[in-house]
Design a protein around this ligand. Structure first.
Ligand code: RP5
Length: 172
């Protein structure tokens, strides 16, 4: 049986299962958009060969975007980008002695020629990585683009509702 096209379009790779709680918001958004995704735990330092193998096979197996989340000396996004031509989004994980700034600096300081798009640290970064991936997929998926537009509109409505509530409460 051919092994082509058996990965979901979005593949999360986490450096450790201890990173999972910071990614949940991103998973939730992709469930909302009904975009299939999968989650792997592979470390650039602890499982370097498996990381390279996943990145090298991801494109031909159907993945479109790799989201790599890692903390501390966060080499994972860069290693995946070095072994794949897919777009790689890097999410720095917080909670280290340096509060995730270590991971942020590791992820944004890629040498020229090996691109990784870095998000903010932790939970907001995970949500934005998911939304960024949705935007990439929506370029060639009008239904997903429409769902994304509706989600942006609902976000606007939520803020305007809060604005109306505080204006009432504080008698503006
Ligand atoms: C990184 O080291 C992982 O992404 C994680 O954020 C951090 C600590 O990993 P554990 O020691 O909790 O497995 O590679």
């Amino acid at each position: 049986m051919s092994r082509d096209k058996h990965m979901h379009p979005i593949v999360f790779v986490l450096g450790s299962d201890s990173d999972l709680p910071q990614l949940e918001g991103g998973f939730e958004l992709l469930r909302h958009f009904e975009v299939p995704f999968e989650v792997r735990i592979l470390s650039a330092h602890r499982t370097p060969h498996e990381c390279a193998a996943l990145a090298e096979s991801a494109e031909k197996e159907g993945a479109k975007v790799l989201i790599a989340a890692a903390g501390m000396a966060a080499a994972l996004p860069g290693v995946l980008a070095a072994h794949s031509k897919l777009p790689v989004l890097g999410v720095p994980i917080g909670g280290s002695a340096l509060s995730g700034v270590d991971a942020l600096y590791s992820i944004v300081q890629m040498p020229g020629g090996v691109p990784v798009a870095a998000t903010g640290i932790g939970k907001p970064g995970a949500k934005n990585a998911a939304l960024f991936a949705v935007r990439i997929l929506a370029l060639e998926n009008p239904d997903l683009a429409a769902k994304h537009r509706a989600w942006v509109a609902s976000q606007r409505e939520r803020v305007l509702q809060k604005d109306a509530e505080v204006q009432t409460k504080y008698g503006n």
